[in-house]
Design a protein around this ligand. Structure first.
Ligand code: ADP
Ligand code: MG
Length: 686
């Protein structure tokens, strides 16, 4: 037997560009074929340097007459190019390699393409693309596709890979006749058009995504997504969960009777919807959405009561300790008088106290477990988990959710899940991304609330804001002052908040002004929060935007500094901290100029509406669905081509086609999903 024979499955190590392609999910030929250009460059024409105008993007050709590295104001390569008419253009490179210098050496003939800008010494191009050419080299006959790529993956390499992927991939029509909406081209044709545009097609026609070729790709993408969601739903329907019936005179009724208020119509309706789900043997998978202050916590408690009465446990998870604390206080107040033991599990709970809690959870003695994500850590074992409630579910990362589900899965029965969100999901988004989720909506606020009035103040009007604060606290009410989180610099952030805190202390002698920030130990945070919720503290300065669920009905003024730095839904959430009692409340947005266009539209939306659904719609418009949904952090775009704000009609078509396909042609459905999603299906199911 030969020694040291290499194992037969040993592969050559992958090159850097290949690894970069893997990272982008470009593994199969079909992945490459479906990797569409971001835009196109027109390399079909050359213009003379003399005809270039400031702001033109164009291609010119010439001979390098000077190439030198300059050091002022910083190291850069400066190249002077002269075209055949004798006119000159400066090319400037702030990042460059020896290979660039070689191609751009004096005497070389090059073609460069970039945007001409009026520089100090006449027109110049900064970081143009360039390539060496022989005299009279032919021009491109068609537009050049520019693909989305990463730093390790050169455009030219990717372009070749896409071209060969496109040739090899199986692009035959897999969908039964009648599936694709009329007027849209076959996939093969659509892809050919978009990757290799004909010489006479204009850039505008290609980049306008309403073209039928684009529509076909968007439709196929949406169809794949709908199919995988509907399949996930079907699979879920095969799972089993404990069925809980509501007993007349039982725990839920007792809790209702003990509440200091009666439910709103909307709360009653969603409690019904949830109770119906809990009564079935298939696991509930429901999202409860309702604007800030609409009263979701009590709905959660009523759901918990149903499960607990039947001898099962319920876990309630909040994204932060302060939120968990708040829930705890509420739930303990409501449920302990009814004889229900509530356990607390957060990251800061350590040692003996934690061991005791864990033991109570494991024995089933604690019927309700409230905490942060610490609830899903390895050591936590439930005796009999029947219902998991996740508050502010969008704040748990996309990747965290599957982890959570698998943790909760125990034995042959799955727990029911109820997710809660104060960021309502616009209809199209819900239909697309959450096709396998049932949605309950609380669309009214408890009675007696006065709508919050929102006002804008420029930064130089701070004095007026401070005077307002003085009036509020003098009238016995309370004030929040929120400073923004500056991501790049947490310490700057803290400095800023500390300075504001100092100023307010001086401006409001005799008042207790507190400070809350992310670096404080949990116990200290809790102490500050309890002084504020207890009413002893008149003003709370906070750096953190994380603690959005706090509930202090006596607070009537919310000041948000550098409001231009916050996202729209964040602003709305923060505003929701006031207006929780009967007193008229005000939200003051302090902004600093200059304002970007998106900042302006966010502030405008805040002034114009108090309605969370309208806010969500505008947010989607301003930010786009990827960011809206928090998919950004996960690195995997949910939809590459379709635009949910624009493509609602296509979403509808894809949805009905998906239902039909699953029912009549399940194999075609499977092939379509495999073509589009390949290995990504698991991710989308989460
Ligand atoms: P959110 O939906 O933002 O989580 P909460 O559950 O914190 O809202 O409720 C906001 C406040 O309204 C709490 O103080 C809660 O006790 C109170 N609340 C809830 N439902 C009602 C109701 N039907 N009538 C009066 N107050 C209510
Ligand atoms: Mg809440």
């Amino acid at each position: 037997m030969a020694e040291a024979a290499p194992p037969s499955n040993e592969k050559k190590p992958k090159s850097a560009p290949q690894r970069a392609m893997d990272k982008l999910g470009l593994v199969r030929d079909i992945d490459l074929a479906l990797h569409l250009p971001l835009r196109y460059e027109d390399e079909t024409t050359l213009v003379s340097i003399a005809s270039l105008r400031d702001g033109d993007t164009a291609q010119v050709e010439g001979v390098v007459v000077r190439s030198e590295v300059q050091f002022r104001p910083r190291r850069q390569l400066v190249v002077r190019l002269r075209d055949d008419a004798g006119d000159e253009l400066v090319l400037r490179f702030l990042n460059f390699y020896p290979s660039h210098q070689k191609t751009l050496a004096e005497g070389a003939r090059v073609r460069v393409r970039g945007e001409a800008r009026g520089g100090f010494f006449g027109l110049e191009m900064v970081h143009p693309s360039f390539k060496a050419v022989g005299e009279g080299a032919p021009l491109a006959r068609a537009l050049t596709p520019i693909y989305p790529t990463s730093a390790q993956l050169p455009q030219a390499y990717l372009r070749k890979a896409v071209a060969s992927g496109l040739m090899r991939a199986d692009l035959s029509e897999q969908l039964p006749p009648g599936t694709v909406p009329p007027g849209l081209p076959p996939l093969r044709e659509a892809l050919a058009y978009l990757h290799h545009p004909a010489p006479d097609v204009s850039v505008a026609a290609l980049e306008d995504r309403s073209h039928p070729a684009w529509q076909r790709l968007k439709f196929d993408e949406l169809l794949a997504q709908q199919l995988s969601q509907l399949k996930a739903k079907q699979e879920r329907e095969l799972q089993r969960a404990p069925a809980f019936a509501v007993r007349p005179g039982g725990l839920q009724e007792k809790l209702l009777a003990a509440l200091p208020f009666s439910l709103t119509e909307a709360q009653r309706r969603v409690v019904e919807e949830i109770a119906r789900d809990l009564g079935r043997e298939t696991p509930m998978h429901r999202l409860l959405q309702g604007d800030v202050g609409s009263g979701k916590t009590v709905v959660a408690a009523l759901a918990a009561a149903i499960a607990i009465e039947q001898g099962w446990q319920c876990a309630l998870m909040a994204p932060t300790e302060i939120l968990a604390e708040q829930h705890l206080r509420k739930l303990v107040g409501w449920l302990e008088p009814l004889g229900i033991r509530v356990a607390r599990l957060t990251g800061s709970r350590k040692g003996k106290a934690r061991r005791e809690m864990l033991a109570q959870v494991a024995s089933g003695e604690a019927a309700l477990v409230v905490g942060t994500h610490a609830v899903i850590q390895d050591q936590v074992e439930f005796a009999k988990l029947g219902l998991a409630i996740i508050d502010e579910q969008h704040r748990f990362g996309v990747q965290q959710r599957p982890a959570l589900r698998s943790k909760l899965q125990d034995g042959p029965l799955e727990p029911h899940t109820l997710m809660m969100s104060a960021t309502p999901i616009p209809r199209t988004l819900a239909m697309t991304l959450f096709a396998d989720l049932d949605i309950s909506t609380i669309d009214e606020l408890p009675p007696g609330r006065t709508p919050v009035v929102t006002k804008l103040f420029a930064d130089d009007k701070r004095e007026a804001v401070v005077a307002r604060i003085r009036d509020e606290v003098a009238a016995g009410r309370q004030v929040y002052w929120v400073c923004p989180l500056i991501e790049e610099s947490e310490s700057l952030d803290l400095q800023n908040a500390t300075a504001t805190h100092q100023q307010l202390c001086e401006a409001l002698p005799g008042q207790m002004v507190g400070l809350l920030h992310g670096r404080m130990p949990a116990a200290e945070k809790a102490a500050v929060m309890s002084l504020f919720s207890g009413g002893q503290m008149g003003v709370l300065v906070s750096t953190t935007v994380i603690e959005v669920g706090v509930d202090v009905p006596n607070a009537s003024l919310m000041v948000i500094e550098h409001a231009e730095r916050f996202g729209l839904s964040q602003l709305h959430q923060l505003r929701g901290r006031v207006g929780r009692g009967a007193v008229a409340s005000v939200c003051v947005l302090i902004y600093t100029t200059p304002l970007s266009d998106t900042a302006k539209s966010r502030l405008k939306a805040m002034i114009e509406t108090n309605d969370g659904f309208e806010i969500a719609r505008r947010d989607l418009e301003i930010r786009g669905p990827g960011e809206f949904f928090g998919a950004r952090q996960s690195g995997a775009p949910l939809l590459r081509f379709a635009d949910l704000a624009e493509d609602e009609p296509l979403v509808r078509l894809a949805r009905s086609a998906a239902l039909k396909l699953l029912a009549q042609h399940p194999q075609a459905a499977e092939r379509h999903v495999a073509r589009w999603l390949g290995s990504k299906t698991d991710y989308l199911k989460a």
